[in-house]
Design a protein around this ligand. Sequence first.
Ligand code: NAD
Ligand code: DAU
Length: 361
Amino acid sequence: MPISDTILVTGGAGFIGSNFVLAWVETVGTPVVNLDALTYAGNPASLDCLSSDGRQLLVQGDICNAELVGSLLREHRPRAIVHFAAESHVDRSIVAPDAFIRTNVQGTFTLLEQAKSYWSGLSEADRWAFRFLHVSTDEVYGSLGAADPAFCETTPYAPNSPYAASKAASDHLVRAYYHTFGLPVLTTNCSNNYGPFQFPEKLIPLMILNALEGKPLPVYGDGANVRDWLYVRDHCSAIHAVLARGRIGETYNVGGNSERMNLDVVTAICDLLDEMSPDPRLGSRRKLVTFVKDRPGHDRRYAIDASKIARELGWTPAEQFESGLRRTVRWYLDHLDWVENVRTGAYLRWIEQNYKERLAT
Ligand code: NAD
Ligand code: DAU
């Protein structure tokens, strides 16, 4: 049986995955099978607008379940797998790394094995057409000094957190399945994303919601760590480009060309909220900034050299950081119902666990 025009997305109910599925249905329009375990980070409400759209099928399931993955491949015969599913929060990987090894390493291995078995049974033409796109991170490259050149695709791997190490392991497995078995893989290594539907454990949504509510803004260490911020829809368009035109076996770095210090990001959020949702009782929200105990092993700086994807595939980010941040703040202000839906008991326990001691010292 030939492949179909369906794609199998993993982790499509998470932050980037849901933005990708929404953009895919909007711009490409071919069917998506969305395999997601719906962990604390997975939220079907992010895909509510597709609930009566037959083009997306959300399957609740685990990428470590080989039987399930194999049966989805045999039933839907996708032309590609786009693999987002992961445990993604560095702080959680410091507190409880087990789930990171299971999903990010064992889960990616399971997907690769099932993909190889499915792909081996395809006709020669379909084997040429099939793609396995692995979504990874710039954190695999470690930490940069202030004057170091940005990460490029040949920068040696030097992961520093259990999260980064688990993603590095998954990248190596993906590479090995190309070199050893010829599986047509592609890998993207992307910088920090921000935008709609991001779970409020990560810097930008956490700070938006705390600042809105007049709570302390817990900045780790001296606040001078630097991240290269990319608007999530730009990441999605980069993945489209790599899937459509990327050279198999290659990796592509994806970045926003927007290096910012954490403290500058947080004060920008304060100023936007003072303008968009002024609260006379709070005055300037900048006074909520609270320096707290640092993250262990905290990487100082990330920066991406995205010249390869620009040169080979013609992709560059469309959004500027300042306009993207404004759109993001607007989105959270307009979607407080979505926020309430994700701030469950488990979320509140995480906030207590990660910040209580930090804020007390
Ligand atoms: P996220 O935590 O918001 O979403 C992860 C999704 O994976 C959730 O929907 C969750 O339910 C699902 N999932 C977790 N374990 C699973 C399992 N065992 N089986 C099936 N589904 C499972 O993550 P995100 O921020 O959207 O990141 C998506 C991918 O992009 C990850 O691979 C991450 O490493 C990578 N990435 C993220 C960023 C970023 O800034 N957020 C940057 C670069 C790369
Ligand atoms: O670089 C890509 C990575 O970006 C992705 O692979 C990860 O999945 C994603 O979570 C993100 O990792 P970071 O650790 O950079 O993101 P986070 O939002 O957790 O933190 C951003 C910066 O802000 C980092 O320097 C730590 C700091 N920080 C974070 C939180 C949650 C704070 O100062 N205070 C906070 O409360």
